[in-house]
Design a protein around this ligand. Structure first.
Ligand code: ADP
Ligand code: MG
Length: 469
């Protein structure tokens, strides 16, 4: 395995120091194989599994070329979904601390155009967005891409799956011919190769094999018919008691059924699939990340590319017919040095797919007996946290410190009892330890609230409620 220090790259001391504060000391495999060429200005096609550190591979490339004193969009990153765009923008902002004042703007659907246009008027160095929304801005001439130096197509396979090809071609034609183009993808089938060939100039092709994952991930297979899978998932959860588990099902209907049946058993489970409204997806991801939801039941498409830290368990409720998809699924756990478990349920007639996985990973499957899993008499443990939704966010000038202050002051909680705080434009979420949450919120409501369901934060009343599911 190739793994080098970032100091081997032609990066300035300030940039390197910032990487060190982020805990980035050695390059991941895909970074080591791409960054020298990327910094050299070369076009690139990189294929590597989720969680391999692709964002920094192109992020460092964009920032290296960027001139912060020049107020023009110099970097453009296209992503398939809003969540991915938000994640990429977050990582770019962390990396940009090593450069100085770099404006990074996300342009995605699901929010109105007007504030985006206002932000564009203020100037941005890097735009991260979804193809549909970027095209809308081009159509209205509110976005100028004629100064773009680095164009990134992130999760290119998924963008083409989602039918974004025409938008992408349109956007590419709005960028200068003399630019660097970097294409990142988890898979690289021929149709994408064909569709994107015209965008790239003598690209370096890099493939990082996903075969090394099993070293960090304990994989187990269980034979079970198609009936009784919900109960089998519950057995696995009762036995292993993961804090955060991602369960994959092949269809939206199965996701919903399984999540519902797990909730009936006392687990904090939610379903994530493509057809949800954007705000519902956002809320589910907040709840999963802040440990209010401990089991996320998702389709492959919905879960692809999401950067979920500290995921200790993956459960494949169906065996994937494609061993590469299987390896991507289980690669969601055991990330960035951690270790994880992956459980796969398999019907007798699905064993042929397991054989493909064995061949692909060059390792025999380890089978276990579901009936032998202990810990079944203890009740399911609900997630350790619950989420309080507060009807106020950035627009109301609420900051994380205000919430933390109110909760540890008036509401009497310790810092440790307050979890992740997410402040949105109009809404905020804060995770509270389950067993103390109710009393804390009652204390915030003390005094003279304007109505039921209000609590005080820094002397102002806000409507608040627990997110139930
Ligand atoms: P991908 O896009 O390949 O799915 P990401 O870019 O989202 O992966 O990175 C996955 C995680 O690994 C992120 O949390 C990121 O901060 C972290 N990461 C990336 N590069 C490094 C590195 N060199 N050292 C440590 N952590 C890293
Ligand atoms: Mg990525």
């Amino acid at each position: 395995m190739q793994s080098d220090s970032f100091t081997a790259l032609p990066l300035g001391p300030r940039f390197l120091a910032n990487l060190a504060t982020l805990g980035y000391h050695t390059m991941t495999q895909v970074q080591a194989q791409t960054l020298p060429a990327v910094l050299d200005g070369r076009d690139l096609i990189a294929q590597a599994k989720t969680g391999s550190g692709k964002t920094a591979a192109f992020g460092i490339g964009i920032l290296h070329r960027l001139n912060p004193a020049w107020f023009a969009v110099q970097g453009l990153v296209l992503c398939p979904t809003r969540e991915l765009a938000d994640q990429v923008a977050g990582e770019l902002r962390r990396l940009a601390r090593g450069v100085g004042n770099v404006k990074i703007l996300t342009l995605t659907g699901g929010v109105s155009m007007r504030p985006q246009i206002a932000s564009l008027e203020h100037g941005a160095h890097i735009v991260v967005g979804t193809p549909g929304r970027i095209r809308d801005h081009l159509g209205r001439a509110t976005l100028d891409l004629s100064k773009v130096q680095t164009l990134v197509l992130d999760e290119a396979d998924r963008m083409t799956d989602m039918g974004f090809y025409d938008e992408i071609a349109n956007i590419v034609s709005a960028t200068p011919e003399r630019r660097q183009t970097l294409l990142f993808s988890a898979t690289y089938p021929d149709d994408i190769r064909f569709a994107t060939a015209g965008f790239l100039r003598d690209p370096l092709e890099v493939t990082v094999e996903g075969k090394h994952t099993q070293e960090k991930i304990a994989q187990r297979f269980y034979e079970i018919g198609f009936d009784g899978r919900d109960e089998a998932v519950a057995r696995l959860l009762r036995h292993h008691r993961p804090v955060s588990a991602l369960a994959f099902c092949n269809t939206k209907a199965r996701c919903r059924e399984l999540a519902e049946s797990l909730r009936a058993e006392g687990f904090s489970a939610l379903a994530l699939y493509g057809e949800l409204e954007q705000h519902e997806r956002d809320e589910i991801l907040v709840l999963f990340a802040n440990r209010s939801c401990s089991v996320l039941v998702a389709t492959d498409v919905a879960a692809r590319g999401l950067d979920i830290a500290d995921l200790d368990t993956v459960i494949n409720v169906d065996v994937s017919k494609d061993p590469e998809v299987h390896v991507h699924r289980i690669g969601r756990t055991g990330r960035a040095g951690g270790s994880g478990m992956a459980h796969t349920l398999c019907a007798p007639n699905e064993k042929k797919w397991v054989r493909l996985v064995e061949e692909y990973q060059d390792q025999p499957a380890v089978w276990e007996d579901l009936d032998a899993l202990g810990g079944q008499d203890e009740p399911a443990a609900p997630a350790p946290m619950v989420t309080l939704n507060i009807a106020g966010g950035k627009k109301a000038k609420l900051r994380p410190g205000d919430l933390l202050g109110a909760l540890t002051g008036d509401a009497g909680l310790t810092k440790e009892q307050v979890g992740k705080i997410n402040i949105g434009e109009f809404n905020s979420y804060v995770a509270l330890e389950r067993n103390v949450a109710q009393a804390a919120v009652e204390r915030l409501a003390a005094g003279n609230p304007p109505g039921p369901g209000f609590g005080a934060i820094k002397g102002r009343w806000f409507k608040m409620r627990f997110v139930e599911f």
